[in-house]
Design a protein around this ligand. Structure first.
Ligand SMILES: CC(=O)Nc1ccn([C@@H]2O[C@H](CO)[C@@H](O)[C@H]2O)c(=O)n1
Length: 104
């Protein structure tokens, strides 16, 4: 399987991505196959509008109950908000992956 070269985010997170306040995203296994150092095109989920490019810096497995304040800071959220967002998007999934990125 080749590595994906595209990622989608909800529109409500785009400002934080574009101004550098959000530097990670947390995904499930199906969206964990990004190659470190690859350049990935970013699109909005709702209308597939093109946002820009990010470089993948790291992909690390994490359990839901290991999420901490540092991850929340990297998401520009409180830990409580982050847990709630992830529970909404990935209900019942414990095995997650932190994808660290920078804008290019
Ligand atoms: C659009 C799509 O396909 N999937 C996702 C999945 C996650 N996220 C965001 O990543 C962080 C941790 O999950 C939070 O900020 C989430 O809101 C997102 O924007 N879009």
């Amino acid at each position: 399987m080749s590595h994906p070269t595209k990622i989608t985010f909800f529109k409500r997170f785009m400002t934080d991505i574009q101004n550098g306040a959000k530097t990670i995203t947390i995904r499930d296994f199906s969206e964990s196959h990004y190659r470190v150092s690859s350049i990935v095109d970013v699109y909005a989920l709702e209308d597939q509008s093109y946002i820009g490019k990010i470089k993948v810096l790291a992909v690390k497995p994490i359990n839901f109950d290991e999420l901490n304040e540092k991850h929340a800071l990297q998401e520009n959220m409180t830990l409580c908000e982050l847990q709630s967002v992830i529970r909404d998007i990935y209900p019942g999934i414990e095995q997650l992956f932190v994808i660290e990125f920078e804008l290019v």
